[in-house]
Design a binder for this molecule. Structure first.
Ligand SMILES: [Zn+2]
Length: 473
């Protein structure tokens, strides 16, 4: 059913509202959909028995017992809960568009930040924006910039501050939404990257370099810090000593991975000597600089667990077959093996969770990210696992939900990205897993449509996919 713009405007005038975002032509038809009777839960609060009126892909009005324009389609969602669309702020694998995009949408994830960009993904972003491909909104990073060495095969290596500047300019030209930085950059190069980012009006985000303290990188303007890297070091009473040990660590370029693993061991030791006063000072700094933490606990938990702990996850059926081997091989390098290692890593993970909650308590923004594409982190699904882990860490369900929705509240004029849940997420965060309907760019994905999308992904996952050139954090 459709309604003309004139009718919609007349209806809005009756409400004492106006909308500048409707199509221009008075006789243009608009598809008006109304969600009726749900409890709206967003960052502005909880609004029971709400009617949300949508015109095509925009929110038109929100209120109690609203009369509806003629020709509206009504979705009775009484007793259900509506939240803003979820964001996964740390994703890999957008290029597997027939897997990643539908898995995000069926799980209510209507926006993702892809952390390793390359031109075909910039193109995919545009095709989604133009409505040619159904998918979540994409924010896409540059190539991963690291150097002069990197633990990451395929990273874009910069050897000098000038090469760092050039990498930023290239990222901007290619169409990246932000610059992704990595673990080995030194202070001079990171400073040059930061300065060039400011000149080019682009942000930078990524790993905390092992050569630059987290607070210093934040002062330079680094927007987000991934995987909790650098946090334990920056809040340890032994920071100076451990940083010196990292600086002195020999690097074998043929096996830089071993170096990375040694650094993580120093981080683990740092976590044993945590200083709350240091943490509070660091939190103030991050807050002042508008830097956020994207802890990707769901991925870090896998690396902190025995290699087979998650191998039989039933969601494996949605993953292309090559992931089975890839993930198993990736974990053999990382996973703890002996009882002592397993205990130590579990303890390290728990301490890192506490550190994130502590930073959050002191005002630092925390973002939900999954590192999807890394072992046993599943596109879309793992956003809900991360929400559980954030609550386990000590965030309230309300705070966790804010982390997953970028603090959004639903307002007239917004693009329609909404999730209808069968249970109250504020009562139990696991209720975000009870997705009933997803509205993405105004497209309504009800239970039957979502089932079909999942079945299609399962089928697509059986087809031979070329192994990706790029995975990993
Ligand atoms: Zn990553």
């Amino acid at each position: 059913m459709t309604t003309t713009r004139r009718e919609v405007l007349g209806w809005l005038a009756g409400l004492g509202a106006a909308a500048s975002f409707l199509p221009r032509e008075a006789n243009a038809y608009t598809r008006v959909t109304a969600l009726r009777g749900a409890t709206l839960v967003d960052s502005s609060g909880v609004r029971p028995n709400t009617t949300i009126v949508l015109a095509d892909d925009k929110v038109l009005a929100i209120g109690h017992d609203l009369p509806l324009p003629r020709g509206s389609t009504v979705l009775d969602v009484a007793g259900k809960f509506v939240i803003p669309g979820l964001w996964d702020m740390h994703v890999h694998g957008a290029f597997l568009d027939r897997i990643t995009l539908p898995l995000c949408l069926v799980n209510g994830v209507t926006g993702i930040r892809e952390m390793w960009g390359f031109p075909p993904i910039y193109e995919l972003r545009e095709r989604i924006e133009r409505g040619e491909v159904l998918g979540p909104r994409l924010v896409v990073g540059s190539s991963i910039i690291d150097g002069p060495h990197s633990t990451l095969p395929g990273a874009l290596i910069v050897n000098t501050p000038d090469e760092g500047r050039q990498a930023v300019r290239d990222a901007k030209t290619q169409g990246a939404d932000f610059v992704k930085v990595y673990s080995y950059l030194d202070l001079a190069t990171l400073t040059a990257i930061a300065d060039e980012c400011a000149r080019q009006a682009i942000t930078f985000a990524g790993h905390c370099s092992n050569h630059v303290p987290l607070g210093d990188a934040s002062d330079l303007g680094q927007r987000t810090f991934e995987h909790m890297y650098g946090l334990s070091l920056a809040t340890s009473t032994r920071e100076t000593q451990l940083r010196q040990a990292i600086a002195d660590l020999p690097l074998d370029p043929a096996n830089s991975f071993a170096w990375f693993k040694r650094v993580l061991e120093f981080e683990r030791q740092a976590a044993l000597t945590h200083s709350s006063p240091k943490a509070v000072r660091l939190a103030k700094r991050l807050q002042r600089n508008n830097s956020a933490l994207c802890p990707t606990m769901v991925a870090m938990r896998v690396y902190a667990s025995p290699a087979d702990r998650f191998a039989n996850d039933p969601r494996m059926k949605y993953m292309p077959v090559f992931y089975r081997d890839l993930w198993r091989d990736q974990l053999t390098n990382w996973a703890p093996v002996t009882q002592q290692e397993i205990r130590q890593q579990a303890e390290f993970f728990r301490r890192r969770q506490e550190q994130v909650a502590e930073m959050h308590d002191h005002g630092v923004e925390v973002l939900v990210g999954t590192d999807a594409g890394n072992p046993y982190s599943f596109s879309g699904f793992s956003v809900h696992d991360e929400l559980e882990l954030l609550v386990e860490a000590g965030l309230s369900p309300k705070a966790a939900l804010k982390s997953a929705t970028r603090n959004a509240s639903v307002r007239p004029g917004d693009a329609v990205n909404l999730v209808v849940l069968d249970g109250n997420p504020l009562k139990d965060i696991r209720n975000t897993q009870r997705v009933h309907t997803v509205l993405a760019r105004g497209k309504v994905l009800g239970p039957a449509e979502r089932q079909k999308m999942l079945a299609d992904v399962e089928k697509a996952a059986q087809e031979p996919f070329p192994a990706p050139q790029q995975t990993c954090c």
